[in-house]
Design a binder for this molecule. Structure first.
Ligand SMILES: C[S@@+](CC[C@H](N)C(=O)[O-])C[C@H]1O[C@@H](n2cnc3c(N)ncnc32)[C@H](O)[C@@H]1O
Length: 480
């Protein structure tokens, strides 16, 4: 279907100031927050002036029909064309939205994203069709914040949906390829690329099949990662059709073949936590020597929480067969020996280094976290010898605890204020080492001085603490 309406549509959206800030100002904080809870009433009360911005907001965000005249005024000459394209529908005197079209602000730009309508406004049933194309979800935002935004040559958005990641990638990649199996999603990605005046090479096909034999400098993917029993039903935006967490495992295992030297693959995913086995022990088996990897487990949920979350997401809470579905899913988890599900990020960089860190880190981090991940990639690959001049990271604070009046603290913790905001309990030698790292002396000289002060054996101290210094660099407490 022709996308020649996108230029005039863009002009109309610009003319109406249908931007993120424009809508936020119009709605005000209360109605804006209500809408984020899927409640439209406060917003309807704020959009009664009949102007183009109010009309577009009512139409696309609040899913309220508007008069034909108001629609024509906001979208001059476009109503029939948008009806033909499936974005709008009209009845006698009224126009309603059939797709969502909303402003989206990135660090670089004001964009617009067309997707399927948000289901479940004002408590309406939120069941969607199997080929539903999600708009910007919290997972989309997480991946967008995770993605390293450095200039690159080729970037891949695997499972593009409405194309939101591809649009972000287009701001810093010379070439962007976006793939999906859902033809409706591919159409919306093409539409969104045209609407936002960016080039995206949109390809149909399953996982890596459309890009076989190609290499990318950056792969950013929010794949259909929901872990569910194969019941035959599939919501393509979240179910891969592969067993367990195979979809995430496959992407991780394939990443080295897909990346250029130094290239990154960043994956948002869910993974199985098997009964009696540490999560990181299992995920470590997915990682290979071609890539450095930082896997961060951000959250763990138990099987019942997980099942409830996704049954509700599918609009099945309260349905006649809710209890049966819940029970089937839980029994399947039980049979599979699944005692929990981890949510998190997998960041792989092809270096040939094989340095892997798996981190359980549910705490608040600085957002966007992408720059900290890029810094991790450089830090973990850095050579740290006894001749290195290291500097304590500028954002470190030291916390000490102990009995009042005690000569020495019982615990010392170094805590980062930025990035992942890691914390590390250290001993007095490590604390002294970090405290003395101002770039003047080498690590070896500092350790020798500590040995001198404490009456320890200098060779022994170097043998013990040089590997610790490497860890401190890899974790961002010390920089080169
Ligand atoms: C969770 S959505 C992510 C959408 C979007 N990239 C984002 O970040 O919001 C997962 C996407 O993967 C697509 N998908 C499902 N199975 C796939 C497959 N076998 N190969 C490629 N994409 C697939 C779905 O159609 C959906 O668009």
């Amino acid at each position: 279907m022709s996308l020649d309406f996108t230029g005039p549509l863009r002009d109309a959206l610009v003319a109406a100031d249908f931007t993120y800030d424009g809508v936020a100002d119009l709605l005000g904080e209360t109605a804006h927050r209500a809408l984020s809870r899927n409640e439209t009433t406060p917003g309807l009360r704020r959009t009664t002036d009949g102007g183009p911005l109010a009309t577009l907001t009512r139409l696309f965000l609040l899913q309220a029909p508007v008069s034909h005249d108001a629609a024509e005024a906001a979208l001059p000459g476009l109503v029939d064309r948008l009806c033909n394209a499936g974005l709008l529908e009209q009845s006698v005197g009224e126009v309603a939205a059939r797709l969502d079209c909303r402003p989206y602000r990135t660090d670089e730009d004001d964009l617009w994203i067309v997707s399927d309508l948000t289901p479940g406004l004002d408590g309406a049933p939120n069941r969607v069709g199997s080929d539903h194309v999600l708009g910007i979800s919290s997972a989309s935002t997480s991946l967008a914040q995770l993605t390293i935004r450095e200039p690159v040559g080729r970037a891949l958005d695997l499972g593009t949906g409405c194309g939101v990641q591809a649009l972000h990638l287009a701001a810093h990649a010379r070439e962007v390829v976006a793939t999906d199996v859902n033809t409706r999603a591919l159409w919306m990605t093409r539409l969104n690329a045209a609407l936002n005046e960016v080039d995206v090479d949109v390809r149909e096909g399953s996982f890596f099949e459309p890009v076989r034999g190609e290499r990318f400098d950056l792969v950013a993917t929010n794949p259909p990662f929901v872990i569910s029993p194969a019941t035959g039903e599939r919501l393509v935006y979240r179910d891969s059709g592969l067993p367990g967490d195979r979809v995430v495992e496959d992407i991780v295992r394939q990443a080295p073949q897909l990346l250029t030297e130094g290239g990154w693959c960043q994956v948002l995913g869910n993974w199985v936590i098997e009964r009696g086995r540490a999560w990181d022990e299992r995920l470590a088996t997915w990682l290979d020597a071609d890539c450095d990897a930082l896997v961060v487990q951000r959250e763990v949920v138990d099987p019942s929480e997980y099942v409830e979350l996704w049954l509700k997401d599918a609009g099945l809470h309260g349905s006649d067969d809710y209890v049966r579905r819940y029970d089937t899913w839980l029994s399947w988890f039980d049979e599979q020996g699944i005692e929990g599900v981890g949510f998190g990020w997998l960041n792989l960089r092809r270096t040939g280094g094989g340095r892997h860190q798996l981190l359980d880190w549910p705490y608040d981090v600085e957002q966007p976290i992408g720059p900290a991940l890029a810094a991790w990639g450089d830090a973990v690959a850095a050579e740290v010898t006894s001749d290195a001049h290291l500097v304590a990271a500028a954002d470190l604070v030291q916390e000490t605890q102990g009995r009042p009046g005690a000569e020495d603290p019982s615990t010392i913790v170094l805590r980062q204020q930025r990035g992942l905001r890691r914390a590390r309990q250290v001993d007095t030698v490590e604390a002294a080492l970090v405290g003395a790292c101002d770039g003047e002396l080498t690590v070896g000289q500092i350790l020798d001085a500590v040995a001198d002060l404490t009456g320890g054996d200098a060779d022994q101290l170097r043998a013990t603490y040089l590997p610790v210094a490497r860890e401190l660099v890899g974790e961002g407490f010390l920089t080169r």
